[in-house]
Design a binder for this molecule. Structure first.
Ligand SMILES: Nc1ncnc2c1ncn2[C@@H]1O[C@H](COP(=O)(O)OP(=O)(O)OP(=O)(O)O)[C@@H](O)[C@H]1O
Length: 652
């Protein structure tokens, strides 16, 4: 093969442009990315060699070496990992294969500052080398291929790369950066060591540098200098972080390890690190991120936990290790019992894996309980500057110790899925729930809080589901509850109604939607009120019959209610029915929903209702009443034009 020139995939060219322009202020991350790739390559070799030890050839040692040459202005990262064949070099170093990176590209806004933050969330891997290099040369040979089948890849990062065959004695890859004029600081032993310390100390492989020592000037007046000794020295700790005792690991090291495995450059909210002994032995290091990833709602989203067996990396995204409703958790599980050749299929059936999953679930719920219990320190008053920047306020929230509020904002809706998914832990999950209510706009009310505030004689926990907080708060169904000072939980997540169908009661008290079934406040209504209601119902019986007839195509039933105070009418569904809001959500999601008709409830005390009987426009008024009730709870009239026509006719 002679030299071949290839154009970068369009997205790569775009990414390169962005990387070199917006990551300018954070140049040093390139080294972390290259070391991380080298370490991944070694993990891959170790894994493939489980089935074929001959892949090690004559080089059993897995390591990363970093060399620099001040005079030539180069920095080289060499690993003894899996390496790349010629085809692989073309495929991997010229395209963007990862869906995550493609998603990232799609989200770029063109605003450099915002984009640079986004990069933080995604990590740009190999291409970050071009922040500091105006040319990169990669030489590689894949494990198992003969020396003549090596490859050299070069590019100046401007649109194309060249590939040629070379003979390479060693297996693995070396990446040489030809440093830009303004990045010469990276051809310096101290600087490199500092970065390894900062970013890669926890990498389980030895990272080596050639030793240097000070040599005085040979002649009088000549300055001394550092010279290389020819000995390679390991400069990192080179033990997998999770295998070290907790007390030897600093918060900073935990955070850096998180950044590495989660590819998230924002510090985690919290973590839990344990060695579990007993029938199933494993080490768990699990993190709660501080913000939701872009693909949290992707049904195909992979779990974020890596599986190791006795420190050998086995697989990313081992979804059996945590239930789906904890899919936001990142971390590492290192099992002492699983066989090294464990496959995804085997994981599904393994009893050890089941025990690990249960153990992980307990730990994460325990961690959340601890966070929820931690007293929230007083939030510092935002300064005038802060007020304009929501990001800063969010940070304050986290700094102030109210980590649980941050967690809940980012992941609460996912945790709610657990009510349906994990019957065994339903109680624990229920105690972690937070909702807004008629007494708090913030999602901060627990079911325990609610119960403690219940009125004497109140027999249920009341809630309403709606598309937004404003719609929930303005709902006519709340009128009587407000008048009587009874708290109602306001729920606005899509998952709320579904998840509550699994939580019929909390601590012995039933949960009751205020938009379902006839309202029965039981002992909260006194005898006089009940009597008045009965009399009113009797009085409007003929009206009810008329309305039923006029609206027979739209409603299941018409009845009198006491739940309304200021509104003339509202819509409710029957007890076991799906709420109108859920019905709309499911239709929007393209699901077939059986057509159910709601029940129209009217307020016999309302002037509009009183005007109905005998009115020459009865039919129009009846329809307007119905359509307005629909509007009030977030729906749309079936025939909006007819609605407008009717209202206009009455206004004229
Ligand atoms: N040192 C290396 N040895 C072998 N293959 C490598 C090496 N560096 C990069 N590659 C290959 O190039 C691909 C692209 O690397 P890049 O760093 O851009 O993305 P990534 O490593 O897949 O993602 P990320 O860095 O976000 O984890 C890798 O997936 C890998 O196949």
């Amino acid at each position: 093969m002679t030299k071949q020139s290839h154009a970068f995939q369009a997205e790569v060219a775009q990414l390169l442009h962005l990387v070199t322009h917006s990551l300018y202020s954070n140049k040093e991350i390139f080294l972390r990315e290259l070391i991380s790739n080298a370490s991944d390559a070694c993990d891959k070799l170790r894994f493939e060699a489980l089935a074929d030890t001959s892949l090690y050839g004559e080089q059993p040692e897995l390591r990363v070496r970093i060399a620099f040459d001040k005079a030539a202005r180069t920095l080289t990262v060499t690993d003894t990992g899996i390496g790349m064949s010629q085809d692989e070099a073309v495929a991997h170093l010229g395209t963007i294969a990862k869906s995550g990176t493609r998603e990232f590209m799609a989200r770029l806004s063109g605003d450099q500052k915002a984009d640079a933050q986004l990069i933080g969330q995604f990590g740009v891997g190999f291409y970050s080398g071009f922040i500091v290099a105006d040319r990169i040369t990669v030489e590689s040979r894949r494990a198992g291929l003969p020396p003549e089948q090596g490859v050299r890849w070069t590019s100046d990062g401007s649109g194309a790369f060249e590939v040629e065959a070379i003979t390479r004695a060693e297996r693995g890859t070396s990446v040489t950066l030809h440093l830009r004029e303004d990045a010469l600081e990276y051809a310096d032993g101290w600087r490199i060591k500092e970065l390894i310390n900062k970013y890669s100390d926890h990498i389980a492989l030895p990272i080596q540098m050639e030793g240097e020592q000070w040599e005085e000037g040979k002649e009088e007046g000549q300055p001394g200098q550092m010279v290389k000794t020819g000995e390679w020295e390991t400069v990192n700790q080179a033990t997998a972080l999770w295998t070290r005792p907790k007390k030897d690991i600093s918060d900073e090291q935990y955070t850096q390890f998180y950044e590495q495995i989660a590819h998230d450059w924002q510090p985690p909210l919290a973590w839990t690190h344990n060695r579990v002994e007993g029938a199933t032995e494993y080490t768990q290091l699990l993190y709660l991120p501080s913000h939701a990833p872009f693909d949290l709602w992707d049904r195909e989203k992979k779990a974020g936990v890596k599986l190791y067996v006795r420190r050998v990396f086995i697989m990313d995204e081992a979804e059996q290790l945590l239930p789906r409703y904890l899919r936001f958790v990142k971390g590492v599980i290192d099992s002492a019992d699983l066989p090294l050749n464990v496959s995804r299929e085997l994981l599904q059936e393994s009893r050890d894996v089941r025990a690990i999953r249960e153990g992980n679930t307990r730990r994460v719920l325990g961690l959340l309980e601890d966070l929820a219990k931690a007293p929230a320190a007083a939030t510092p008053a935002p300064t005038a500057d802060d007020a304009a920047v929501t990001d800063v306020q969010d940070k304050n929230e986290a700094q102030a110790g109210d980590k649980y509020a941050t967690f809940w904002r980012e992941f609460g809706a996912v945790l709610k899925e657990g009510l349906g998914e994990d019957a065994g832990n339903r109680e624990r999950i229920a105690r972690l729930l937070r909702y807004a209510s008629t007494t708090s706009d913030r999602a901060s009310v627990t079911l325990d809080d609610y119960k403690a505030r219940m009125k004497e004689g109140q027999k249920a926990i009341y809630y309403i589901t709606a598309d937004s907080l404003a719609a929930a708060k303005g709902s006519p169904q709340l009128e009587l509850f407000k008048k009587k000072g009874i708290e109602v939980l306001l729920m606005t997540d899509r998952v709320d109604e579904w998840s509550l169908s699994f939580l019929r009661e909390f601590d012995g008290t039933p949960l009751q939607s205020v938009a379902k079934g006839a309202v029965d406040l039981g002992d909260l209504q006194d005898a006089a009120e009940k009597k008045a209601a009965e009399e009113a119902a009797e009085a409007v019986k003929p009206l009810i019959e008329h309305l039923k007839e006029a609206l027979k195509d739209s409603v299941e039933d018409v009845r009198v209610t006491t739940r309304l105070v200021d509104s003339p009418a509202c819509l409710v569904v029957k007890d076991a029915g799906m709420s109108l809001q859920l019905e709309r959500l499911m239709r929007q999601a393209g699901q077939a929903v059986p057509a159910t008709k709601p029940v129209l409830e009217i307020n016999p005390e309302h002037p509009l209702v009183k005007k109905l009987e005998g009115n020459p426009h009865f039919d129009d008024l009846a329809h307007i009443l119905f359509d307005q009730a629909l509007l009030a709870e977030g729906g749309l009239p079936q025939d909006p034009a007819a609605y407008v026509r009717r209202v206009n006719a009455l206004l004229a």
